[in-house]
Design a protein around this ligand. Structure first.
Ligand SMILES: Nc1ncnc2c1ncn2[C@@H]1O[C@H](COP(=O)(O)OP(=O)(O)OP(=O)(O)O)[C@@H](O)[C@H]1O
Ligand SMILES: [Mg+2]
Length: 355
């Protein structure tokens, strides 16, 4: 059995509010799964349903092959790690770590040994005697994780565990959590609203919107082939450009409406006259040499960070372009723009689904 967690046709209602809609999700043993989506889309509800903190309304939830629909949290053998750490302030790090073992009647010496082993894995050995208030944010987060690890659960469930930390520490802790996951051979489900965090940490990304799973798959598959405009706009930074478009009369081109209509030849068929939305990522647009290029666009704004140059065009809609390194450009200058036809994403204008 390779699926550690399996959800089939799961729905969750809070009264009349439909918070999870027909969720189908298989989480493989040893995988790192990220749940992403805008605020209120149901990420925490889904995670809390796995933990047993919420009861699902319909459907089946299995953990390690066993139906757990009505199983109380204590008996599910999963460990939740929160952003607020939820450490006991009056207990030392060691006491925080051993608490769950002691309430189950584990002998004191055995609990102490377990705490020392986990602390060695998470780099907390020298902090076992401290109180939570004597720790940094990153150290507290490590204690919260250690407390989950010591129980040797069937799965780790993380709900935005890094959102209290500053940007630099967050990037560091991402790597630490992922390395720990690999070392333990754990199964992890990680909620975040940060798509970069999801893309860099997870091997399976689940994109949610309004209680629905819009798409799930490997991170780069979502980036390369988003199934609809929502996923296309959600995954990738800076965000994809969207341009109103129409299928060309010859069946092998699109007419892009950038204020002025510009026709672009493609190496694949497109239904003539079909109303479309064309998507083009900022990093897939290249500035062509003088007088060349598939599209023409005047420059509105140029911003340089040293490592990259961000260009905004004076078209409607405006286009964002990212160029590696430096580029000598000035406002008003008319650019020729190129892109590989394979990098143009076409969505139906009405359904917003990928063609
Ligand atoms: N106990 C509850 N009773 C009623 N509605 C709830 C309850 N908990 C959550 N909701 C609603 O369900 C929806 C999903 O909430 P949830 O907390 O799962 O979102 P989320 O994706 O985790 O959002 P965020 O990124 O802001 O944490 C929201 O519209 C929320 O208002
Ligand atoms: Mg949440």
């Amino acid at each position: 059995m390779t699926n550690q967690i399996e959800l089939t046709a799961v729905n969750k209602y809070y009264g009349a509010y439909h918070a999870l809609k027909d969720i189908e999700l298989s989480i493989r043993k040893g995988s790192f799964t990220a749940l992403v989506g805008p605020s209120g889309c149901g990420k925490s509800t889904l995670l809390r349903s796995l933990a047993g903190l919420e009861k699902i309304s319909t459907g089946t939830l299995k953990i390690a092959g066993e139906v757990m629909n009505r199983t109380p949290p204590r008996k599910r053998d999963v460990a939740m790690v929160f952003q607020s750490y939820a450490l006991y302030p009056h207990m030392t790090v060691e006491e925080n770590l051993t608490y769950s073992l002691r309430i189950r009647g584990t002998p004191k010496a055995q609990a102490k040994k377990a705490a020392e082993e986990v602390a060695a894995t998470t780099g907390l050995s020298h902090l076992l005697g401290r109180y939570p208030r004597e720790l940094s944010g990153g150290q507290r987060q490590r204690v919260a994780m250690s407390r989950a690890i010591i129980r040797n659960p069937k799965a780790f469930l993380f709900d935005e565990p890094l959102s209290n930390l500053d940007a630099a520490l967050r990037v560091h802790m991402r790597k630490e959590i992922r390395a720990l996951h690999d070392r333990l051979g754990a199964t992890s489900v990680y909620v975040t609203h940060d798509q970069i965090e999801a893309m860099t940490m997870a091997d399976h990304v689940v994109v949610m919107r309004a209680g629905v799973i819009e798409q799930q798959g490997r991170p780069l598959d979502l980036y390369d082939r988003p199934v609809n405009r929502f996923v296309a706009g959600f995954i990738g930074s800076p965000a994809m450009n969207f341009i109103p478009a129409t299928g060309g009369e010859d069946g092998r081109s699109v007419v892009l409406d950038l204020g002025e209509r510009q026709s672009v030849g493609l190496d694949y068929p497109v239904p003539p006259g079909r109303k479309l939305i064309a998507g083009l990522r900022p990093e897939h647009i290249a500035i062509a040499p003088q007088g060349a290029g598939m599209l023409k666009a005047p420059v509105a704004v140029v911003e340089s960070t040293g490592s990259a140059t961000y260009v905004t065009t004076a078209t409607t809609p405006e286009l964002a372009i990212v160029v590696n390194g430096r580029a000598e450009l000035s406002a008003g200058e008319v650019l020729g723009l190129d892109f590989a036809p394979g990098h143009l994403h076409l969505f139906d204008a009405v359904t917003e689904q990928r063609l």
